[in-house]
Ligand binder design. Structure first.
Ligand code: PEP
Ligand code: MN
Length: 324
């Protein structure tokens, strides 16, 4: 192998998959297992809403047998005049109600390291009723100081989103920043790329990169069909575009599916256009299960010999490495 290629492969020193470093990233948090073979839907409010809507959301998740949720308290918004999230003010009821409804892990975006202290304090006040996975949003994928801050604590695992306007290589290096700071409990999330070429979808769906992330690194991979598609259109048979995008990612091996839901999507404080209703949740989960089964079937078709052969032929062409 050429020295250049070796260098590229070693660039993801901790998270990279290579000979001698093939063991999947695997962690258990609050009794929920995360690894490149797990499957969880992480549905919930894009932005935390009233106590009533929050409780209705958790109740629907519980009734659907879910133990993970998403809840945005700190919202990085494009406009300074848009709702910025309820912040620490909503944490007490979010954590209390999560615990009440058996939700064990909440994916929650943080935008500065002080948010970790606010989350710690609120969790403590509810007797650690639930757990939090720190979400790094696409606008912060290259906020290196934030990456180091979340990477240098061990209380919470981290879900890091791909940057919507940078290369995959750069986003994987962002995940490597977190790992290099000490915390390897990381999930990498694809969420679509910003370009008008994806119109009318909000972003261009990038889930074809799932197998690429899996062969370059050892991380479990999440997809966010809500932010990728961003609208509620459906095909003539009635299957929503968001269901299709989710299925496309799951059929390629996605391990987590981050999804916006809301009791009254039209009244949602942020991104209502992409939220599924609570009534749609059971059908969405069923659709995800169908796609997961298809993925497992596709994978089991491969014989051990075929698997070895494809791996041997998978020499990576150089990635477009734009570096800052
Ligand atoms: C979100 O998940 O709430 C979010 C803001 O996503 P992204 O960072 O991918 O835009
Ligand atoms: Mn959003």
């Amino acid at each position: 192998m050429s020295p250049v290629k070796m260098a590229a492969k070693n660039e993801f020193r901790i998270l990279g998959r290579r000979e001698g470093n093939e063991e999947p990233i695997r962690f258990t948090y609050r009794g929920v297992e995360f690894h490149p073979d797990c499957f969880h839907v992480v549905a919930g409010l894009n932005a935390v809403d009233t106590r009533e809507y929050t409780e209705r959301t958790f109740r629907a998740l519980k009734e659907a047998g879910q133990v993970c949720a998403r809840m945005g308290a700190y919202k990085p918004r494009t406009s300074p005049y848009s709702f910025q999230g309820y912040g620490k003010q909503c944490l007490p009821y979010v954590f209390e109600l999560a615990g009440k409804h058996g939700i064990r892990v909440i994916s929650m975006e943080v935008t500065r390291d002080e948010h970790l202290d606010e989350i710690r304090a609120a969790l403590r006040a509810t007797g650690e009723a639930t757990g939090v996975m720190l979400q790094i949003g696409t606008r912060n994928t290259q906020n290196f100081e934030l990456l180091k801050a979340v990477g240098s604590q061990r209380d919470f695992p981290i879900l890091i989103k791909r940057g919507f306007g940078i290369t995959l290589h750069e986003s994987l290096l962002a995940a490597e920043y977190v790992a290099a700071a000490g915390n390897r409990d990381i999930v990498f999330c694809l969420r679509g790329m910003k370009t008008h070429l994806g119109d009318p979808h909000r972003n261009l769906v990038d889930f074809a990169h799932i197998p690429v992330v899996k062969r370059l690194t050892r991380m479990p991979v999440c997809i966010d069909p809500s932010h990728s598609v961003g609208l509620r259109g459906a095909d003539p048979d009635g299957l929503p575009d968001i269901f299709h995008a989710a299925a496309q990612g799951i059929v390629s091996g996605a391990n987590l599916v981050l999804t916006d839901i809301h009791p009254e999507p039209r009244k949602a404080l942020v991104d209502g256009a992409q939220a599924l209703s609570l009534e749609e949740l059971p059908a969405f989960l069923e659709d995800c299960a169908i796609a997961r089964e298809a993925y497992l079937k596709r994978r089991s078709r491969l014989t051990a010999g075929q698997r070895q052969e494809t791996q041997m032929n998978a020499d990576e062409p150089q990635m477009n490495a734009e570096k800052a």
